[in-house]
Design a protein around this ligand. Structure first.
Ligand code: PEP
Ligand code: MG
Length: 885
């Protein structure tokens, strides 16, 4: 198999392997593809990801095959450009970059200007007629190579540059002359010689292989590992290496470099969007060293910025760039994120990839592209990452709320967040771990800050543009971000900062509006999101295609209304115990639990009946006409017990029973293993009067709502934690009997079902028999995961972290269903249930009902519906549609 693929010049058209991102990485595959559709791409070659995996596995050794393949591919570049690497008269220079299967912004390493040494720098100066450019390139090369390959601290070089500028009284790098740069190169070489025992490598082959090795090894750097963990990227993918002829954006005022998106990645609008810098090299734009300029005249004018846009300064190259944008969108049928360089007026493409975008932009682009005929509705539905909708389903700042705006930066990533200021990533992680909402404030961010950015609710930087590290990463994570707020100055020593004229301290609250770049002191009120526009359009398309229904887990009328607004098609789980904790009722509940006998319990239940009836009345009203699964009481009784002295005293007064007696009853109820104890249907078997009260409340409310509104709710009474068919038979009889009594009293009936949860392995095994008693199954995968794995759902956080890190579980099984294991039980129970009762209704109401990967599995086993928390309903709808497309 080939280890190296060439592109550009007269390289052959890419074959299937070269087009495969898993082999040549995203960057390599796209460079070859761009070259093959006639776009200007500097010639180069890609070393496959397979080689990097081999290199890392075989203890940092290159194979002979790779050495000769690289030599041949280098020959392709030399022939195409007409220059040779290491030629003292007119040297070829190359870039060496990483390129994994998926883009990992800023995570891995790049070396530019490779091939320069003390000899070739003179050749470059002569051949280009621009010594300043040659020496600038050489010092850039030494700096990057020393950082990336030799592992020296890049701060040492920056310091030397700052000192040189200060000595000369310069402010900008562009003010330095050829001689200044030459002098600095001398200093840089001294730094290298001091920091390590060898001097800077002059052999260009040694340079090349050193850079290739460094890119291979960057796959296992700490920051790459963190990024992989946060983004679920497997460790065994490896990275490709791209070696490409250099083109130079730093050859004077007709040269430039830039990054661009074919549409606005923040809002989705169809406008070219990006930044460029005249007389600069690639890293200058992203690193935020100089403030980049606008691409289009319109953007410059809107920002009232002075420096000319690319459209104005380099009109020909800009025209070429616009044509390229259109070509790329037609070819890839998606928004592209591009890197380009203009060398003495000529445009070169250095990269294209599908651009990262905010959820809002993703929606707008998908809907617009259907309108433009670029993609169809199904592609649009498939294009949106369901979990990304989460960004849109949360509150935004109330436009009418008062805003104490302290400064305005760039609107780098939309959404709003309030939180306490933290000044470094570790503090962000610690305080967020304690449940605080924090805003990470940095001069600029780097890949070392990733964990803090993840922990933060929002990110504010003093420096950097819309394509800075902070902006790109924040958009990817869905965190609101304001970047380049230049009036922010940070005093790390005193843990304080100044914004404009305001003095603030770490821990003070600020609010960010990532949609307009505003930074506000204090907290600002928020409003609920809108479900219309592009969002509504796309969910409408998902609705047309999905097969499974989507219900919600809800127990308050507010949750029900919210879920209906989000498009819920019924309640999949109403956990009635939550209603028992209400301040007005808890004492009646306690009275019931601690009663000595049935009569005592009944007296307390009498008080609870009207309360429960009004709960269900409100819920049925909100869900008029839709099926509502109401689960009878489930948790261990001890969860309701009084604890403190005052609680016992209050209860004693209410019941007229002494506190000593109450305390004795409470300790009698103590359980060693409550999750496997006196809970679920075991409560109904031992204290039938509790369930009878709940069932009466359900049917009285249902009959009342049917009478008053004319639209009858469809109660589905659900029995929890069933292990045997007999338990369900006994309790179903109780439900039917109670329902008949109520119907007789009311002189009216409503349609209803009685069914059960499948949340114990025995229930899954015996599903065939259980289906004889129950008209529906709802998979309670929270308990089913707990009981199948023997892992306590309430204690697992203490040890599941390392389990996921060590790859024992790919994801937390309480978040994403363990399809291999627990999934087998679900599949089997569904099959056995259907054998007994072909029209049995099957659904899922564990947290997994809102997780896209688990939803895909539910489609596979053909459940009738999934049930998710209200905010997850649109996510579940989209995931359900994607599961059938
Ligand atoms: C379940 O166990 O999956 C379930 C939905 O019930 P609960 O979470 O209330 O135990
Ligand atoms: Mg449960």
């Amino acid at each position: 198999t080939k280890t190296v693929y060439t592109f550009g010049g007269d390289a052959p058209k890419p074959d299937a392997r070269q087009k495969d991102k898993t082999i040549t990485g995203g960057k390599g595959a796209n460079l070859a593809e761009m070259a093959s559709i006639g776009l200007p791409v500097p010639p180069g070659f890609t070393i496959t990801t397979e080689e990097s995996v081999r290199y890392l596995r075989e203890g940092a050794a290159f194979s002979d095959g790779l050495r000769s393949d690289v030599a041949a591919a280098l020959n392709h570049i030399e022939k195409t450009v007409g220059k040779r690497l290491g030629d003292a008269a007119d040297p070829l220079l190359v870039s060496v970059r990483s390129g994994a299967r998926v883009s990992m912004p800023g995570m891995m390493d790049t070396v530019l200007n490779l091939g320069l040494n003390d000899e070739t720098v003179e050749g470059l100066a002569g051949a280009s007629g621009d010594p300043r450019f040659a020496w600038d390139s050489y010092r850039r090369f030494i700096q990057m190579y020393s950082d990336v390959v030799l592992g020296l601290d890049h701060g040492l070089f920056e310091e030397a540059l700052e000192v040189a500028k200060e000595d000369k009284g310069f402010y900008n790098d562009t003010e330095l002359t050829a001689d200044d740069w030459r002098e600095l190169v001398g200093e840089y070489k001294n730094i290298v010689a001091q920091e390590q025992d060898e001097s800077f490598p002059q052999d260009v082959q040694q340079q090349l292989w050193g850079a290739i090795a460094a890119v291979f090894e960057s796959w296992d750097s700490d920051r790459a590992k963190i990024y992989r963990r946060l983004n679920d990227i497997p460790a065994d993918w490896g990275t490709a290496v791209n070696v490409q002829a250099m083109v130079f954006g730093n050859m004077g005022d007709t040269s430039a470099t830039g990054v661009a998106f074919t549409r606005n990645p923040s809002t989705g609008e169809k406008v070219y969007y990006g930044e460029y810098l005249i007389n600069a090299q690639g890293e200058d734009v992203v690193a935020g060293i100089r403030t980049p300029q606008y691409l289009t005249r319109a953007a410059r004018e809107e920002a009232a910025a002075k420096p000319l846009s690319m459209e104005e300064a380099l009109p020909d190259a800009f025209g070429e760039l616009s044509r390229t944008f259109e070509l790329l969108e037609q070819h890839y049928t998606d928004m592209q994120d591009i890197e380009f360089t203009v060398e003495r007026g000529k445009l070169w493409m250095l990269q294209t990839r599908t651009g990262k975008r905010t959820a809002k932009a993703a929606l707008k682009m998908a809907v617009d592209m259907v309108g433009e005929g670029l993609i169809d509705e199904k592609q649009a539905v498939l294009r949106i990452e369901p979990m990304a909708l989460d960004q849109l389903l949360h509150p935004t700042l109330d436009p009418d709320a008062k805003r104490d705006v302290v400064t305005t930066g760039l609107p780098a990533s939309p959404g709003a967040a309030s939180g306490k200021i933290v000044l470094d990533a570790d503090t962000a992680e610690q305080r967020a771990g304690r449940g605080e909402k924090v805003i990470l404030v940095r001069v600029e961010t780097s890949p070392e800050d990733i964990h803090g950015m993840h922990a933060a609710a929002g990110i504010l930087t003093a420096r950097g543009g819309m394509t800075s590290h902070a902006a790109v990463v924040a958009r990817g994570m869905g965190r609101p971000c304001v970047s380049g707020a230049s009036s922010v100055s940070i005093d790390l020593k005193n843990r304080s900062l100044r914004i404009g004229t305001r003095e603030l301290r770490e821990g003070d609250t600020i609010t960010l509006d990532g949609s307009n770049g505003q930074v506000m002191a204090g907290e600002v009120a928020t409003i609920e999101p809108e479900m219309e526009g592009d969002f509504g359009t796309l969910i409408g398309w998902a609705d047309e295609h999905r097969r499974m229904r989507v219900r919600t887990n809800a127990e308050t009328p507010e949750d029900c209304r919210m879920a209906r607004q989000f498009g819920a098609e019924g309640i999949g789980l109403c956990r009635t115990e939550h209603m028992f904790f209400d301040a007005n009722r808890i004492s009646a509940v306690r009275q019931m639990i601690l009663a000595d006998d049935e009569a005592g319990r009944k007296a307390a239940l009498e008080k609870l009946l009207p309360e429960q009836r009004s709960d269900f009345h409100a819920i049925f009203d909100a869900m008029a006409g839709l099926p509502c699964t109401i689960r009878l009481l489930d948790p261990p009784l001890h969860e309701f017990l009084p604890t403190g002295d005052t609680e016992f005293a209050e209860l004693a007064e209410l019941t007229g029973v002494g506190t000593d007696h109450l305390r004795r009853r409470a300790s009698e109820l103590h359980e060693f293993n409550p999750m496997l104890g006196h809970r679920g249907c075991r409560l109904g078997i031992t204290f039938p009067e509790i369930y009878a009260m709940q069932v009466r409340a359900i049917f009285e409310a249902a009959c009342d709502v049917a009478r008053d509104s004319g639209e009858a709710p469809i109660p589905e009474v659900m029995i929890p934690l069933v292990a045997t068919a007999r338990e369900l038979a006994i309790l179903k009889a109780l439900v039917d009997e109670t329902a008949e009594t109520v119907f007789a009293e009311k002189g009216a009936r409503v349609e209803y079902l009685v069914g059960t949860m499948i949340e114990l392995p025995r229930a899954a095994l015996m599903a065939g028999e259980i289906a004889e008693e129950g008209a529906f199954f709802s998979f309670g995968t929270n308990d089913l995961t707990q009981t199948t794995l023997g892992v306590s759902r309430d204690d697992s956080a203490r040890f599941l972290g390392p389990y996921v890190e060590k790859g024992i579980f790919a994801r937390d099984p309480f978040v994403s269903l363990d399809i291999e294991g627990v999934g087998q039980l679900v599949r089997m129970a569904a099959e056995r249930g259907r054998e007994t009762r072909p029209d049995i209704k099957l659904g899922i109401c564990g947290e997994h009902g809102g997780d896209p990967a688990s939803i895909a599995f539910c489609e596979e086993v053909a459940l009738d519906y999934v049930s998710a928390s209200p905010y997850r309903v649109p996510i579940a709808k989209l995931a359900a549609a994607q599961a059938v497309l």
